[in-house]
Design a protein around this ligand. Structure first.
Ligand code: AMP
Ligand code: MG
Length: 409
């Protein structure tokens, strides 16, 4: 069952019985009839004790009576409320002038097994209303009710639901396979010594990590040079997966060939740019691999700009929702938090900006400040940041103290 964590449910999970399955005490105290405790102090006869796990068949609370009860135990017949032990005192004699001890009183002395509660008296010091301090049977869910929908991604709370209905083996959707293809003549594999003008391939790995976190399986392709023939070959390979992510080669440069090669493969483009920074040149479309004699199904692809921060941001904004859809998961909205800006920010207008930033503070005070960085290739600064500050396209300046939108990563 634990291996279902992070997976997407292929069918609904249904309550196998009422939740809770009995009227469940929510406090340690005394089960009473609320009508016996309307005027306080009220003195009630204690007829027994019910622990969590005890069946409640034997006890029945009648007028003028109470039963000691522990959190999680079933409410006895006749009772309709629980008075917290903090608001009671145990009496040895119903006519005692004043309560001897508060709470369980002498109950905790001697052996409880011998039903020391019988023939004792309890003083109720605060009135309760009917229904107070217990959870009625079936109030959380009725037997047969759907607790988790098909398409839910299972987090730890979902795992708790599976456990509570005894679903040890469940059906989940297959993880989508997502191919990652980095491009660029200057990019070398990480086990090579880069030449003076070369850089190591980080995008394949950061994207694969994001793919995995999104609940999909990453297929790592070799680096494509800025050369059509080989790029085409690798795109074909990538289109075997459920989704292909290309990184690099989608800008306006002379050697940015991704769009061109996809165009030659008769790709259909849904969009070829977004009014965001970083990430403006992003492309999204679909393409049939179209091998000779075979009619292959269309596959979706993204061409992400190669700057490491661009690939990371555009993945969160565009690719992750696509992976959720391919995984059979219900759409999840992107969540933006609010935090207080700690120092002024200046940007250019026209594009929605996602700037690496640091979120700090605690409880209701969230502070955010821009990461100090050298532009969109600064991987070290990115790794030290923990979120993106989102600047609307019409803002040139945001003053410290203002509440701003933050996208977590
Ligand atoms: P491009 O989108 O191809 O114009 O690349 C933009 C910038 O990102 C260039 O400085 C590239 O060197 C860099 N870049 C491209 N691909 C990668 C990669 N796989 N790993 C690290 N940096 C990259
Ligand atoms: Mg390039």
């Amino acid at each position: 069952m634990l291996s279902a964590w992070g997976r997407v449910l292929a069918g609904p999970i249904v309550a196998d019985r009422d939740f809770p399955p009995f009227d469940r005490a929510a406090r340690d105290g005394y089960a009473v009839r609320a009508q016996d405790a309307t005027s306080v102090p009220a003195r009630l006869e204690v007829i027994g004790e019910i622990k969590a796990g005890d069946a409640n068949g034997a006890l029945s609370v009648r007028a003028g009576q109470a039963a000691a009860i522990m959190t999680g135990a079933p409410l006895p017949a006749g009772a309709n409320a629980v008075v917290m032990v903090e608001h009671t005192a145990l009496l040895s004699d119903p006519n005692a002038a004043k309560a001897a001890a508060s709470g369980w009183g002498t109950l905790s002395q001697g052996s409880r097994d011998e039903n020391t509660t019988t023939n004792k008296w309890v003083e109720i010091q605060r009135s309760v209303k009917a229904g107070e301090n217990f959870v009625p049977r079936g109030s959380e869910a009725r037997a047969g009710q759907i607790l988790l929908e098909r398409g839910s991604r299972l987090d730890h709370a979902g795992i708790a639901v599976l456990a509570s209905v005894g679903e040890a083996t469940i059906q989940v959707f297959r993880k989508p396979r997502v191919a990652v293809l980095a491009t660029g003549d200057e990019i070398v594999e990480i086990d090579r010594n880069p030449g003076p003008a070369q850089i190591r391939n980080s995008n394949t790995y950061s994207l694969a990590a994001q793919v995995q976190r999104a609940g999909a399986e990453a297929v790592l392709l070799p680096i494509a040079p800025d050369e059509k023939e080989r790029l085409r070959e690798l795109i074909h390979e990538g289109l075997d997966a459920d989704l292909l992510i290309l990184a690099g080669g989608v800008s306006m440069g002379k050697h940015d060939l991704v769009e061109q090669v996809l165009g030659e493969l008769e790709a259909e483009f849904y969009f070829t740019g977004a009014l965001i920074q970083p990430g403006r040149p992003i492309v999204f479309g679909r393409c049939a691999p179209g091998r000779a004699g075979m009619s292959a199904p269309h596959k979706y692809f993204f061409g992400l700009p190669g700057n490491p921060v661009s690939t990371m941001v555009t993945f969160e904004l565009f690719v992750r929702p696509m992976i959720e859809a391919l995984a059979g998961a219900k759409g999840q909205p992107l969540i933006f938090l609010k935090a207080r800006l700690t120092s002024d920010v200046r940007t250019k207008t026209g594009l929605k900006r996602f700037l690496p930033a640091l979120l700090s503070g605690e409880f209701e005070n969230a502070d955010v400040e821009l990461a100090r960085w050298q532009g969109s290739g600064d991987i070290a600064a990115l790794a030290a940041s923990n979120c993106y500050l989102v600047v609307p396209p019409d803002r040139q300046q945001i003053a410290a103290g203002e509440c701003v939108s933050v996208m977590m990563r």
